[in-house]
Write a protein that binds this ligand. Structure first.
Ligand code: PLP
Length: 433
């Protein structure tokens, strides 16, 4: 690679700004918890490619699996099944069975968005009903359907009208799951709002999409009580419960699936991000008899479940198992949260929350408003000290849902010295005068 040439290309306006790249740097070499850039900087990465790198960047097992698979079967599409997809499905079936989802079958896709689209199609098909519910603060993806389901940032959909209006006639939103301090009986409770939707549209609601720990909406974990109520309501009204585990699943929260924290079992599980070990992969899991009601042609993909992606994912998932990375994330995540909680009550920090290695630090202004402006300042300050972090939080103009949050999603195998080094930078940056 000609570094000088690539850096010149990087200045040539070749890539549109819509993806909102976090830095102007160009990645040179990534390994483990580190990202080196072509301009010679080295960052500690607490973003993990947006919650993808459970086993760190370019883990040798994952790289070897990709190389071996690429030389064997590169792509088959729907023309033929292949070994890595079957083995990954078998692995995930075992993990889902431990989480209470019996005899799961799978449909593998490329991205979380198209998998949520698929889950919605499946729910509409098997129930014969016409409406879908999601929660305020939710983010379910970027297709038109997922944009209509999502409600975390106005910017995600405001340019899509009038096309979303017809979709929105079939999509209902319950209040944001703000479980901390919720007595579960006020109209702002997510389940009270959901109950009201069921009272009005019950027989027409096919499914409820939920995130056990809301991601884009502000790293908000539900409580088990809230999860159980959600499950009961869906049971009572015959609606399917769809767990969007795309960000929070695959060990990220210190359990294989984030819904396990709630002690409930969803009907459909949508997964993505980490499942491909850094390669594009996502999918839908459900009890085999439920998925069997979806007939050939009702959903499809050319590249979804690609052999190389499945081989990479399988290598990553096996490594997580062998090295106990999920339990490690649970333990170290609690330690990190306890340490960061010492900031609560000062420097604008009002909450530190989340499970495992999916931690959020909420900031508000002295006027008690979400401090979006400070998020960017703190993110930049971390980057100046060679630490990459992301932010999240609903931005809707809705005081009940809006929040400004720094999010920490390091690889689950981040070495302890690097983890505490990064946490130290976050603490110092936040408490700097
Ligand atoms: C909870 C959740 N659902 C869905 C998506 C969309 O996934 P993808 O970007 O792979 O389409 C994301 C992506 O951030 C997500 O966090």
């Amino acid at each position: 690679m000609n570094t000088k040439h690539i850096l010149e290309l990087n200045q040539a306006g070749l890539l549109a700004d819509v993806l909102g790249f976090e830095t102007d740097e160009v990645a040179g070499q990534t390994a483990g918890s580190h990202v080196s850039t072509l301009s010679g900087r080295e960052f500690v990465d607490f973003t993990g490619g947006i919650a993808v790198h459970a086993c760190g960047h370019c883990h040798p097992n994952v790289v070897a699996a990709i190389q071996a698979q690429a030389a064997q079967v590169l792509h088959t599409s729907d023309t033929m099944r292949h070994a890595p997809q079957l083995e990954l499905a078998d692995f995930l079936r075992g993990k889902l069975a431990s989480a209470g989802v019996e005899s799961a079958a799978f449909v593998f896709m490329n991205s979380g968005s198209e998998s949520n689209d698929g889950a919605a199609k499946l729910a509409l098909k098997v129930t014969g009903r016409k409406k879908l519910v999601a929660f305020v603060g939710a983010f379910h993806g970027r297709t038109m359907l997922c944009s209509a389901l999502s409600r975390s940032k106005t910017a995600h959909w405001q340019s899509l009208e009038p096309f979303l209006t017809p979709l929105r006639q079939h999509i209902l939103h319950a209040p944001a799951p703000r479980c901390a301090g919720c007595t579960m009986d006020s109209p702002s409770c997510c389940n009270v709002g959901l109950e009201a939707l069921f009272a009005e549209y019950g027989d027409d609601i096919a499914a409820v999409f939920f995130e056990a720990q809301q991601g884009e909406g502000g790293y908000l974990p539900r409580t088990p009580e809230s999860g159980k109520r959600l499950r009961e309501l869906c049971n009572k009204h015959g609606a399917l419960l769809i767990a969007d585990e795309i960000q929070a699943g695959m060990g990220r929260t210190g359990r294989w699936f984030a819904f396990e924290h709630l002690g409930i079992v969803p009907d459909i599980v949508v997964f993505g991000k980490a499942v491909g070990g850094g390669m594009p992969l996502a999918g839908i899991a459900a009890r085999a008899e439920l998925l069997a009601r979806w007939t050939p042609g009702e959903h499809g993909t050319t590249f979804g479940g690609n052999p190389v992606s499945c081989a990479a994912g399988l290598a990553a998932m096996r490594l997580m198992d062998e090295e106990g990375l999920v339990e490690r994330a649970a333990r170290l995540g609690e330690e990190a949260k306890a340490r960061l909680r010492k900031l609560v009550g000062s420097h604008g920090v009002v909450d530190v929350r989340g499970n495992g290695f999916m931690l959020g630090i909420e900031l508000r202004t002295p006027e008690d408003k979400p401090d979006y402006a400070r998020l960017d300042i703190l993110k930049d300050a971390c980057r100046e000290q060679d630490l990459l972090v992301l932010t999240c939080g609903a931005k809707l103009g809705d005081p009940k849902a809006d929040c400004a949050v720094i999010r920490l999603i390091p690889p689950l195998n981040t070495p302890e010295d690097i983890l505490w080094h990064g946490i130290g930078i976050v603490e110092r940056v936040i408490s700097a005068p």
